[in-house]
Design a protein around this ligand. Structure first.
Ligand SMILES: [Zn+2]
Ligand SMILES: [Zn+2]
Length: 285
């Protein structure tokens, strides 16, 4: 039997109609090598595979026309739905969204914005709050561990002194020897480090480690987004019932989303949360 390769629902409908009216052999449905098969698409949108009538008797032709009418409606509905809910955003990676972070201001607890010059240079981060005018830079978070550990120049006994969180490096400081009491100037070692607001974890911006403004719980799982664009991209993906790979060159941001976000059973709950989070954002002018 000739195998028909169906590329879209419209072609399918035309063939089905032809099968009813002109005694054509019922087309079989198969995936071709260049496009996703119709059965797969139908499975993705949650519809059963269609059944085409075979018989050419007048009775079955009538029932064929009736079922064709019903199926035509169903198929066109499904086609429209699939087109309307197909994910077709650019194949972005998570870093594509890591230039701005909506966070909770450490002073007034309202929404503040962190901007960085590059996702790969988070030390360039700058925090600005438009509610309380608080601002600071990632460089402000740098601290120094200043330490001296050596033997006394006079008596040879051990001298040890540490300043754990100095805001600036120290060139030299005077230390009295605990054994002989001699006070001398010593040159310390300065080790720099960044002191964020919190220990790094999910739900925190990767610079300053402040709580992300856009976050919420879904059945015990933490949902979060860096900013409006990130939230919108996730919303598009979650809302789409047909999710196809956008590229084979890299793994995209949406493909790396946690399983609970991809899970169809959580779709409604996540879309509801996203809409709630959208209301926390200022409306565009
Ligand atoms: Zn503030
Ligand atoms: Zn000494």
């Amino acid at each position: 039997m000739r195998r028909w390769v169906l590329h879209d629902t419209l072609t399918f409908q035309m063939l089905a109609k032809a099968a009813c009216s002109t005694k054509l052999p019922s087309p079989s449905i198969s995936d071709d090598t260049t496009s996703v098969g119709l059965n797969k698409r139908r499975a993705n949108v949650g519809l059963p595979a269609p059944v085409l009538p075979m018989s050419s008797t007048s009775e079955s032709s009538r029932s064929c026309r009736v079922s064709w009418g019903i199926n035509k409606f169903r198929n066109s509905q499904a086609a429209m739905e699939a087109i309307a809910t197909r994910y077709h955003a650019p194949a972005t990676v998570r870093q594509s969204y890591m230039t701005e972070f909506a966070v909770e201001c450490p002073k007034c607890k309202n929404e503040a914005a962190i901007t960085v010059s590059s996702p790969w240079f988070l030390d360039s981060g700058k925090l600005v709050c438009s509610h309380c005018t608080h601002s600071e830079t990632a460089a402000d978070l740098v601290r120094y561990k200043v330490s001296v550990r050596r033997n006394c120049d006079t008596c040879g006994k051990l001298i040890s002194k540490v300043i754990p969180h100095s805001k600036a490096p120290v060139d030299a400081f005077a230390i009295p020897c605990p054994s002989c009491g001699e006070v001398r100037m010593y040159k310390p070692k300065n080790e720099s480090y960044t002191q964020p607001y919190n220990d790094p974890s999910d739900g925190l911006a990767p610079v300053f480690d402040l709580p992300l403004w856009l976050q919420g719980s879904i059945r015990g799982n933490l949902f979060w987004a860096y900013n409006r664009q990130h939230l919108h991209a996730i919303k598009e993906y979650v809302g789409a019932k047909l999710r196809e790979r956008q590229t084979t060159t890299h793994t995209t941001m949406v493909e790396r989303l946690p399983q609970f976000i991809k899970d169809a059973k959580n779709r409604e709950a996540i879309l509801k949360l996203i809409e709630k989070l959208e209301r926390k954002l200022p409306t565009a002018p």
